[in-house]
Design a protein around this ligand. Sequence first.
Ligand code: MHF
Ligand code: KIV
Ligand code: MG
Length: 302
Amino acid sequence: MSLTGFRDAAARPLGVATAVTPASLLALKRSGAPITALTAYDYPTARLADEAGIDMLLVGDSLAMAVLGHEDTLAVTMDEMLHHARAVRRATQRALLVVDLPYGSYQISVEDTLRNSLRMVKEAGANAVKLEGGAAMASRVRALTAAEIPVVAHIGLTPQSVNRMGGYRVQGRSEIEAMTLLDDALALEDAGAIAIVLEGIPRELAALITARLHIPTIGIGAGPKCDGQILVWHDVFGLSFRNAPKFVRQFEDVAALMRKGLEEYRTAVSERTFPRDEESYHLPTNVHLPETEEPELSVWSE
Ligand SMILES: Nc1nc(=O)c2c([nH]1)NC[C@@H]1CN(c3ccc(C(=O)N[C@@H](CCC(=O)O)C(=O)O)cc3)CN21
Ligand SMILES: CC(C)C(=O)C(=O)O
Ligand SMILES: [Mg+2]
């Protein structure tokens, strides 16, 4: 694994844009240029996102819901996250590759957090890991940073807290809750986080946190003043099969395209217009098989 994110530096095409690093995300914040981020879960979609110039690809634990059909994110395992992260790694040349630590992989101890995060780096080629939680997670962030594992923090509507929150509810709407979230963000920055995801909080609070922090904020349902924005791939393309949160914008209706293609394929097979002769293999002209006997359909239809 090279520093630039290319597994084999010699295989890097000449003239390709420099790979995104934690330092370049910081530079984007300082220059005022928005950071673009998106989730990715497999090879073809990660290739499209990377080639489109998305700065950060996140193998989110939203995998559980968006891809695996679970009701929430709690069930997804380290092995499932690694399996998808490896596919995304193979496709990603430029973007910073961040992988979510799944629920249970970092709650028990700092040691567990380090062991599981090292797996993300060594077995999947993650450039950074992400974990949910506030000031209570600062010791984890500090230990990972000391172990040379860049960390993205995540506060506000943290989906792994669904049982405590009693559903997916906007956070930080009272002054006391808002100030606690600001303190959390400052503690995570102090512990060494390279960036922080702000999810499901009032836009005014996200603007305040973004102004107070030196590291970039990446918003999802946190308004326009964050340093960057992230969305779930399936929400962007209308592939979610559930009521979308208010913060989602569907940029294209890929499900409609897929339905159209499915209807065309089903019809073509049903009507025997697929495959055509050009879509079939032929015997060499010197090879002769016995004639096939056409079934006498009329006998059976009488
Ligand atoms: N496809 C998908 N998109 C996501 O953004 C996403 C996932 N899956 N899975 C993991 C979490 C869960 N997320 C969610 C899910 C639901 C709401 C939601 O229903 N929000 C309410 C807010 C209610 C309130 O006002 O408190 C909404 O109406 O927007 C928000 C975030 C975000 N993450
Ligand atoms: C939406 C982002 C921030 C996330 O954590 C996920 O996709 O799991
Ligand atoms: Mg997540």
